[in-house]
Design a protein around this ligand. Structure first.
Ligand SMILES: O=C(O)C(=O)CO
Length: 261
């Protein structure tokens, strides 16, 4: 059975962020992930994870000015040094929290700027993967669907896989968010079967609505979790969804599997 991790940016938002560690552990999770931890000291977060016997499995590098609409810097020409400073900071957090994976967001790019953005993206990802290797951290890239994030540079799993193949860096992998993939074009089985060796982390949410991964949506979770088991996927599966009506009530979907795997 998959090992599920609670995304603390989207689950347990009934309580302040630091209290979500205990809430996740209380619900049975052994792993947690989050989007941006930088508001809190890394030592504090590492203590919270340790106190609650939780593994921090993934978080994102700084995304630039989120409030101004930025969604990552990796593909933004002229922002290289800011991007690399952000990765350095993220790696300090990863060291402190003993976190194995770092999601690096590409950014929002106008269509006419795609060519220079791709060059920048490849350079920055190669640099980030090199930097992270020294810390024992794997850099991941995640296709995000254009409905949820208009203008995001990396929307299709096949493009992410092409980037990964082009760079051919042992420390660069795919973060496969099944919600985003289904919103974009589906073909979930094909990607999972063809690219599992390049997938460093999986995330889940129901479609439509990005709610609980349960039978109310169009994705057959029983089939997909069985597929992951059949292919020996032993990474984490991050629960990055918006609970319909309270995190604990919504966790009934996990009864069939057991949260801890
Ligand atoms: O929106 C998402 O799916 C993200 O993972 C951004 O961190």
């Amino acid at each position: 059975m998959p090992r599920f991790a609670a995304n603390l940016s989207m689950l347990f938002t009934e309580v302040p962020f630091p209290d979500r560690f205990a809430a996740a552990a209380g619900a049975g999770f052994r792993g947690v992930e989050c989007q941006f931890p930088y508001q809190y000291a890394a030592e504090h977060l590492a203590d919270l994870a340790a106190m609650n016997a939780l593994t921090m499995v993934l978080f994102n590098a700084p995304p630039g000015d989120w409030a101004a609409g930025e969604r990552g810097l990796a593909a933004l020409p002229g922002r290289d040094s800011e991007f690399r400073d952000g990765v350095e900071l993220a790696l300090d957090y990863a060291d402190m929290m003993d976190c194995p994976c770092l999601h690096v967001m590409a950014g929002v790019v106008a269509e006419e700027d795609w060519a220079p953005a791709l060059d920048t993206y490849l350079d920055n990802l190669a640099a980030a993967a090199d930097m992270a290797r020294d810390h024992g951290v794997r850099v991941l890239i995640e296709p995000i669907n254009p409905v949820d994030m208009p203008g995001y540079f990396l929307t299709r799993p096949e493009d992410a896989l092409r980037v990964i193949e082009t760079l051919d860096h042992p420390n660069l992998g795919l973060q496969y968010d099944i919600y985003h993939a289904q919103m974009e074009r589906g073909a979930l089985t094909d990607t999972l079967e063809d690219a599992l060796d390049r997938i460093g982390h999986i995330q889940i949410a129901g479609v439509p609505g990005r709610h609980e991964p349960d039978a109310r949506g169009e994705v057959n979770w029983r089939y997909l979790f069985g597929l992951l088991d059949a292919h020996g996927y032993d990474g984490w599966v991050g629960c990055e969804y918006r609970p319909r009506a309270g995190t604990l009530t919504g966790l009934r979907w996990a009864n069939d599997w057991g949260i801890g795997g």
